[in-house]
Design a protein around this ligand. Structure first.
Ligand code: 5GP
Length: 178
């Protein structure tokens, strides 16, 4: 595949929305500190921008996740490839996700992190595809709702490509039957 992804959200649209999300989060957690849990790899660009839009004391943790599946399909079977480096017991935890598709990954992460007894656990997702939902998971702070299309850029990949694209675009991966 050589052509560039078809633009869906421009870099300016994303930057504006990320600033708004940062302000919402800052307001919601006034007087507290927060632990941002960046879900790798897809959320790394979003989490970096979001963290700088939040005016609160915060800590950042990375959670490496591999979702088994083929091509563009998620199976919901999640393997942790890199765990948090500090306990989150008693902390206000905010999971930072690139995209919620079926909701299976997020459901798994909420269950997993919930067992570690945080004070609270909330979710900030940049993108949501409600038409694909298998599980209904709470998204406390949401960037954009999008149609069912495979998106890349701004951290999101297709076969490890396009993560460095400054905008979010759509592609139709060859051979994908979804
Ligand atoms: P879910 O478990 O909600 O189906 O999928 C969550 C994960 O699947 C996301 O964190 C992301 O890594 C991947 N994913 C789902 N939809 C897309 C998409 O349109 N583009 C890309 N690049 N990844 C996606």
């Amino acid at each position: 595949m050589s052509e560039l992804p078809k633009p869906l959200l421009t870099a300016d649209q994303i930057a504006k929305r990320v600033r708004e999300l940062g302000a919402e989060i800052t307001k919601a957690y006034q007087g507290r500190s927060v632990v941002l849990v960046c879900v790798l790899k897809g959320s790394y660009v979003f989490a970096a921008d979001l963290a700088r839009a939040i005016d609160l004391p915060l800590r950042i943790e990375f959670l490496g996740v591999r979702s088994y599946g083929s091509g563009t399909k998620s199976s919901g079977v999640v393997q942790i490839t890199h765990d948090l480096t500090h306990p989150i017991e008693g902390e206000d935890v905010l999971i930072v996700e690139d995209i919620v598709d079926t909701g299976l990954t997020l459901e798994h992460l909420l269950n997993l992190l919930g067992t570690r007894l945080p004070r609270s656990i909330k979710v900030c997702a940049l993108l949501h595809k409600p038409s694909r939902a298998i599980r209904s998971v709470p998204i406390d702070f949401l960037g954009f709702t999008i149609e069912d299309a495979f998106v890349v850029g701004y951290g999101l990949d297709w076969d490890e490509r396009y993560r460095n694209l400054p905008y979010i675009g759509t592609i139709a991966p060859e051979g994908d039957e979804s």
